[in-house]
Design a protein around this ligand. Structure first.
Ligand code: ZN
Length: 153
């Protein structure tokens, strides 16, 4: 944008669009979600060079870029909170009504945390290191919300 451009001289209209779309999660993401949906199991991938387990799984190691897409490992259905925040505003795109807790949960055996909803505890009671377990959705969603939420162990 040129430096002498003055926005005040422009007529603009702010708006929002709703667009239908199809998103392909890729081979790795698809297996992660379908295993979650069909078997209630959380999968990660392990880099044999770095000895790190990534959850959610990824195609290449974040450290050495090695192709890790076939090195599947099954995680335990327990983990701990490594960080969290309390969402205090409502938006129709959010998965819950405010206030709710979004936590970073590192599953036992994983080296990376995943972000998910934490329920069953008041926000002021949450602590880093809190032991939690996934609660799987009763009806499939075909999304990460096939883990409905995490709750304290
Ligand atoms: Zn690696």
């Amino acid at each position: 944008m040129p430096e002498d451009f003055d926005r005040a001289d422009c007529f603009t209209v702010e708006g929002k669009m709703a667009l239908p779309y199809t998103y392909f999660a890729g081979k790795v993401g698809s297996r992660f979600i379908t295993t979650l949906r069909d078997q209630k199991k959380i999968l990660g991938v392990k880099c044999k060079t770095c000895n790190k387990v990534f959850v959610p799984p990824r195609q290449t190691c974040a450290l050495c870029m090695e192709d890790v897409r076939e090195n599947w490992v099954e995680l335990k259905n327990e983990g701990e909170v490594t960080n969290y925040t309390v969402v205090r505003y409502d938006d129709r795109h959010l998965p819950r009504k405010a206030p709710f807790i979004l936590a970073m949960v590192k599953l036992a055996g994983a080296d990376t945390p995943m972000v998910h909803i934490l329920e069953g505890i008041r926000p002021e009671k949450v602590k880093i290191g809190l032991k939690v377990k996934p609660v799987f959705a009763k009806e499939p969603t075909n999304t990460i919300l096939d883990i409905d939420h995490f709750e304290p162990l």
